[in-house]
Design a protein around this ligand. Structure first.
Ligand code: NFE
Ligand code: MG
Length: 563
């Protein structure tokens, strides 16, 4: 007999996500539904506004990757108007992105995804002396150095437990059999979890140096980057580099080491060695190294075929809303995309937890649309970005990926897993930090002979314009599409990384990457579905981005606090 399991809300993400699965008598997942229960309609709000304000409005789509939408929206307008911004402005935008990635990926690995790997309760019984020895296996110079530091971390968390106020460590599945770290390994990672809280602040400050503030930077405008007198002073440039060094050091000595440790410990765990059932990947060029030279390359991989990478063709992108709460009878290209809400809600049904609102598989069940590339679902994100660059022979990426495979003893097929997705994000962070220094140096060299950071854009209200921009946001390829008429925004669509990954079944019955990633997974205990959360977190969900909204009807969506 099949049973339904509802996880709602999934916490440690941005926004509101519910995942429902149907398991058979052996607790193997046969069907999965990914639903976002929140809608804001930013694409609708933009209509009739001046294109010069687009960047500032679209950055309100999300409080996490605010810079991504800001930049992408601004660049969509620049593309439409034919504005060619100065090289220094491109470098500055790229350096802001470097800072964002160093921040966002650290926060994801430790604070959002970390407790899917780390059993905090187990860490309390670790031997700190043995843990100090263990840490040396994964890096020569660990951040979690020394018995004394590790003992102090343990005492701190024990103190928290003694008060009964677990704070961020409450309501988890401690003791779940799919946790694989030893108590000592758990203590090492837990110490990095706490350290990462400090380091992420430094990374946010890096973004603020060139952005004015973070989140929601302010320095980008259509035509370039402004307010540069302070940010380009020698003192501020030096400050950026110093902060970069602190964060990069943590990335190598903690983040990288912990992923290598996880690869060794979690071998054989299906939720770690599965989790990629759609092997289609999409990425665009991004991160400027020099004029028209990029750190990561564009391309499309279908069916896991690394020997054939096709060029990305923007015309191939469409969004289907068959199972999303919008009115649209056929897939739409984003230039002509519509955003007309059509909310139908959930039905009630028995689940393993009792009666709950559940998905009616034939109907609409989410605010996320289903983006498709040439009619096919594709995954975007760090794994897609690295696979495309790897398959294209990008030497920096090839070396990083091969280095990790050697360090872990894993075959290349291991990339197509939850572990691969999590490791790719780590490698991307390592590369962005290292190569980002080249962007920094290239900007300093260019500034010796060229001071421009801004060019005044022209807009003719008698003309119609159309344009788009594509960038790699931390969660994957992001595109914004704009039509301008009478000097105002006529239509606007954002096709967002989490939308690509979290979207529902399309008109042809094809699942999106989240749903497909769960099929065939056997749950140890359906009332404690940690494995589902581990796989879904590996995508780094951001529903605020995906839907750009709120279930204002106040449905009961939060019976279970699970993390
Ligand atoms: Ni709200 Fe975002 C990123 C964008 S996610 S975090 O990265 O764009 O889909
Ligand atoms: Mg959209």
């Amino acid at each position: 007999m099949s049973k339904r399991v509802v996880i709602d809300p999934i916490t440690r993400i941005e926004g509101h996500l519910r995942v429902e699965v149907e398991v058979d008598e052996n607790n193997v997942i046969k069907k999965a539904w990914s639903s976002s229960t929140l809608w804001r309609g930013i694409e609708v709000i933009l209509k009739g506004r001046t294109p010069m304000d687009v960047g500032l409005i679209v950055q309100r789509i999300c409080g996490v990757c605010t810079y991504s939408h800001y930049r992408c929206g601004t660049e969509a307008v620049e593309n439409a108007l034919g504005v060619k911004i100065p090289l220094n402005a491109k470098y500055l935008r790229s350096l802001m992105q470097t800072s964002l990635y160093m921040h966002d990926h650290i926060v994801h690995f430790y604070h959002l995804h970390g407790l899917d790997w780390v059993d905090v309760v187990s860490a309390l019984s670790a031997d700190p002396a043995l843990a100090a020895q263990e840490a040396l296996k994964y890096t020569a110079n660990p951040i979690a150095a020394g018995e004394g530091d590790l003992r102090a971390v343990q005492e701190k968390v024990k103190g928290l437990v003694a008060t009964g106020k677990l704070g961020p460590f409450a309501n988890a599945y401690w003791g779940n059999g799919t946790y694989k770290f030893t108590p000592e390994q758990n203590l090492i990672a837990l110490s990095h979890y706490l350290k990462a809280l400090e380091v992420q602040r430094v990374a946010a400050e890096m973004l603020a140096i060139f952005g004015g503030k973070s989140p929601h930077p302010q320095s980008i405008v259509v035509g370039g980057v402004t307010a540069v007198r302070d940010m380009l002073s020698p003192a501020r440039l030096q400050e950026w580099k110093q902060k970069h060094e602190i964060v990069q050091d943590f990335i190598i000595r903690a983040y990288k080491a912990d992923v290598v440790m996880a690869a060794a410990a979690f071998g054989g765990e299906p939720s770690v060695l599965g989790g990629v059932n759609i092997k289609n990947f999409l990425a665009c060029d991004d991160f400027l190294l020099g004029d028209n030279q990029y750190m990561f390359n564009q391309g499309v991989i279908m069916n896991g075929d690394l020997a054939n990478v096709a060029d990305l063709d923007p015309q191939m992108i469409s969004e289907d809303a068959t199972h999303a709460w919008y009115k649209a009878d056929k897939p739409e290209h984003p230039y002509d995309g519509t955003t007309v809400p059509d909310y139908t809600g959930f039905v009630e049904r028995d689940t393993v937890y009792g009666k709950l609102p559940t998905v009616d598989g034939d109907g609409k069940y989410t605010w996320v649309k289903s983006p498709r590339y040439n009619g096919e679902p594709v995954e975007v994100g760090p794994l897609a970005c690295l696979l495309v660059s790897y398959a294209r022979g990008n030497q920096v990426v090839v070396n990083a990926v091969n280095g990790l495979l050697e360090a872990t003893g894993l075959p290349v097929e291991a990339l197509f897993t939850t572990l691969g997705r999590t490791a790719a994000r780590m490698l991307q962070t390592v590369i962005v930090a290292e190569e980002g220094l080249k962007t920094f140096d290239a900007m300093l060299t260019n500034m010796q002979s060229d001071e421009a950071t801004y060019i005044k854009p022209e807009i003719d209200s008698n003309k119609e314009y159309v344009g788009h921009a594509m960038i790699e946001a931390p969660r994957g390829m992001l595109s914004h599409w704009i039509r301008i008429k009478g000097g105002k925004v006529e239509n606007y669509q954002a096709v967002v990384p989490t939308t690509w990954n979290a979207g529902p079944v399309d008109a042809n019955g094809k699942m999106g990457p989240y749903e497909a990633s769960l099929i065939g997974l056997k749950l140890e205990d359906p009332t404690k579905p940690l494995e589902v959360i581990r796989i879904i977190h590996s995508f780094d969900p951001c529903m605020a981005c995906a839907v750009h909204v709120m279930d204002y009807k106040g449905q009961n969506l939060g019976e279970f606090k699970i993390d």
